[in-house]
Design a protein around this ligand. Structure first.
Ligand code: THU
Length: 128
């Protein structure tokens, strides 16, 4: 198994998802080779739940990392899981060319670039 994906699988074990019972794991690699992992963390007030991808991203950014090379995501889906729209927008802020390794728990994997999943992403641009 890809080593980054293995980290995502391990991170998924810490998922706190008693409401959806849908556990997700993520592992984000910086351009310097550092790895930050994350899982989804839910709340009794459902809307407060945070996805695995954003958990990993926020951990990384709060530790000072800014540029990322690859992200592995895993969940128990029929096909390799894809990140939600909110996570795509959060990730593209830092790394438009991020390589994604998508996987399900049965070993199905798929590689895709974030720019393909979020074309024409919103960016703040000042009009002068
Ligand atoms: N979830 C993720 O962690 N990542 C995604 O890309 C999609 C959804 C989580 C949020 C919630 O805890 C559960 O999966 C069900 O939506």
């Amino acid at each position: 198994m890809n080593p980054l994906l293995k980290k995502a699988v391990e991170a998924r074990e810490n998922s706190y998802s008693p409401y959806s019972k849908f556990a997700v794991g993520a592992a984000l690699e910086t351009v310097d080779g550092e790895i930050f992992t994350g899982c989804n963390v839910e709340n009794a007030s459902y809307g407060l739940s945070i996805c695995a991808e954003r958990t990993a991203l926020v951990k990384a950014v709060s530790a000072g990392a800014r540029k990322f090379k690859r992200l592995a995501i895993v969940a128990d889906t029929p096909e390799a899981v894809t990140p939600c729209g909110m996570c795509r927008q959060m990730l593209i802020e830092f790394s438009p060319g991020l390589e994604l390794i998508l996987a399900n728990t049965k070993g199905k994997t798929e590689k895709i670039n974030l720019s393909e999943l979020l074309p024409k992403a919103f960016q703040l641009t000042r009009q002068v």
